[in-house]
Design a protein around this ligand. Structure first.
Ligand SMILES: [Cu+2]
Length: 71
């Protein structure tokens, strides 16, 4: 399992957290995801055989949240 942290631009409200988590939970290959509202970070653990980091980043950005950095 691979773990990455995606730094987003400042999240405006807690609804964003639910929105991102809901989509990531339904994404094939994603094992766990957690959105940290205060730091505007998304922590994801995923199976690289099924999905790569770039696809997860795109998934988040498709929702309208810009990913500033990934580590
Ligand atoms: Cu919001």
């Amino acid at each position: 399992m691979t773990k990455k942290t995606y730094q987003l631009e400042t999240l405006a409200c807690p609804t964003c957290v639910t929105k991102i988590e809901t989509v990531l939970k339904k994404t094939a290959g994603v094992d766990q995801s957690e959105v940290l509202f205060n730091s505007s970070r998304v922590k994801v653990s995923f199976d690289e055989a099924t999905i790569d980091s770039e696809a997860i980043k795109r998934r988040i950005e498709d929702l309208g949240y810009k990913v500033v950095s990934v580590k």
